[in-house]
Design a protein around this ligand. Structure first.
Ligand code: URP
Ligand code: ZN
Ligand code: ZN
Ligand code: ZN
Length: 507
């Protein structure tokens, strides 16, 4: 439910969300178990003006401080979702959540920051950045941007430099799929990798073999399989494994770190695992849907019931989900995203007669924190500290904004969640906050409930009550040369030393 509007926050009448402004800027979160990625303790957390000031047991505070009782609960850094697509033009339509509605949903689910994928406009990165910055003005939580690189020329290279040096972007996504739209060739990818390395920006890759996907789609469709089940059949995991391996090898050739987005399969996992065992700097990001679901959902007899799961790379057969969970637990994969890219039933209906036209994408920004708790902590696969690491801290570190984000430490931004491990929550389109009419986790009941979300030191989610403010969200610039670049110059030097040309006398 939503609280009544105070009429001060600039909401337009069409907005489905209402808001009130939280007045108290001083908060004490009392008596909880404070969990960071490396340490957990029973302590109070004192917050003032959006910043965590103190973390210690038995703090005494003045009368004007709001006290939130967290006894028996976990007090943790707010979630950071490294992978979202809000109001993104895609496949003839636009993803259904705006920066405002998507972020409100995120806050209701314990996520206090996300990194959204800005797209170039007709190949123009600078123009794309401007459009995304404008869309994001209505934000109610903190956010950052990745930028996609969908072509290669001097202007793209120059814009990458400007975005890194002046606009706070430190990651670029390259698509090896979506032939004819976003896809880049190996040659273009290679140039992009070199530029990323030079700038200290992290290259991200959508790893599927786009030529093979296009061929597979035509072949499956011409065999008469026109429904949603044609989607996973046309782009099996072998194509994800091939592209993941290729991307890792090209990045290794350039000696740059690489980040693989939406790792969905054992095939991709094996490539990442082997590379990491060789000391290659590759990071893998599974997403909530890949951890939680399997491909049987595409065979539902009702079109809509199946189409809501269509995303790329596709949700894989049973077994891949468990392997991804295990890889998260053992450290082969480092952090969890969502690829939140929601479309309504009406939008999905564009592909009623042709699975190739179903807009690719599904929800998750609101569900990720609860799902990961359920799949990973309730199952005993990881500790609560590891939960904090894979939902928040690792993301902040990789994108070089730690400890401003990703920690409950003095000096960090006051982005905090309070999770009650004994209360259950049920996911449903009837009660969720994203704008779409379906939910791929419909009916899931999870033990563990995020009762309170604090964003920038304000209580924005409080036992079912959302108090968000349009325009309160801030752009978080992300500096280049994050931890994945540490020592890379020494590896480069070692490579150079190993190049021993033969000194021949030509007669
Ligand atoms: O199906 C998906 N994943 N839609 C969003 C675009 C992308 O490839 O991440
Ligand atoms: Zn307001
Ligand atoms: Zn992608
Ligand atoms: Zn995506």
């Amino acid at each position: 439910s939503f609280s009544l509007s105070d009429g001060m926050c600039g909401l337009e009448p069409t907005d489905s969300l209402q808001c009130v402004t939280s007045t108290s800027s001083k908060i004490l979160v009392k008596g909880g178990t404070v969990v960071n990625a490396d340490y957990q303790q029973n302590a109070d957390v004192y917050i003032e003006d959006g910043i965590i000031k103190l973390v210690a047991p038995n703090l005494k505070v003045a009368d004007d401080v709001r006290i939130i009782d967290a006894a028996g609960k976990f007090v943790m850094p707010g979630g950071i979702d490294p992978h979202t697509h809000l109001e993104m033009p895609f496949m003839g339509t636009e993803s259904a959540d705006s920066f405002f509605t998507g972020q409100a949903a995120a806050l209701a689910g314990g996520t206090t920051m996300h990194i959204d994928f800005a797209l170039p406009i007709d190949g123009d990165l600078a123009a794309g950045y401007d459009i995304w910055a404008k869309k994001a003005k209505k934000s109610c939580m903190d956010y950052g941007f990745h930028m996609a690189v969908t072509a290669w020329n001097d202007k793209v290279a120059k814009d990458m430099e400007i975005l890194v040096k002046e606009k706070g972007i430190n990651s670029f996504k390259f698509f090896l799929a979506y032939k004819g739209y976003f896809m880049v060739t190996d040659g273009e990818f290679l140039q992009g990798l070199r530029k990323c390395k030079e700038l200290g920006a992290l290259p991200l890759v959508h790893a599927e073999n786009g030529d093979a996907v296009a061929e597979g789609q035509t072949r499956i469709f011409e065999q008469g399989i026109t429904g949603p089940e044609g989607h996973p059949l046309s782009r099996p995991s072998v194509l994800e494994g091939e592209a993941t391996g290729r991307a890792i090898k090209l990045a290794h050739f350039v000696n740059t770190p690489l980040y693989v987005v939406h790792v969905m399969s054992i095939d991709a996992l094996d490539e990442i695992s082997r590379a990491r065992a060789q000391g290659i700097r590759v990071v893998g990001e599974p997403i909530a849907s890949g951890l939680a679901l399997n491909d049987s959902v595409h065979w539902h007899s009702d079109f809509q019931a199946a189409a809501k799961y269509v995303m790329s790379p596709p949700i894989r057969p049973a077994g891949h989900d468990k392997a991804l969970q295990a890889a998260l637990a053992n450290g082969v994969l480092q952090l969890v995203g969502t690829d939140h890219c929601p479309f309504t039933s009406e939008q999905k209906a564009a592909g009623k007669h042709d699975f190739r036209k179903i807009p690719n994408g599904l929800n998750g920004i609101e569900e990720r924190m609860h799902l990961v708790w359920d799949l990973m902590v309730n199952s005993g696969k990881i500790s609560v500290k590891d939960y904090v690491r894979i939902t928040s801290t690792a993301c902040a570190q990789i994108y070089n904004i730690y400890p401003q984000k990703g920690a409950v430490l003095p000096g960090s931004d006051a982005d905090i969640i309070i999770l009650n491990p004994n209360r259950t929550t049920t996911i449903s389109a009837k009660t969720h906050h994203t704008t779409i009419d379906t939910n791929v986790y419909e009916g899931w009941t999870i033990k563990g409930n995020i009762e309170v979300t604090i964003s920038q030191g304000k209580v924005v989610w409080d036992n079912g009550q959302l108090n968000v403010e349009k325009g309160a969200g801030r752009y978080i610039p992300m500096p280049p040369f994050g931890p994945l670049f540490d020592g890379l110059e020494k590896l480069d030097a070692a490579r150079l030393r190993s190049y021993n040309p033969v000194d021949r006398t030509i007669v």
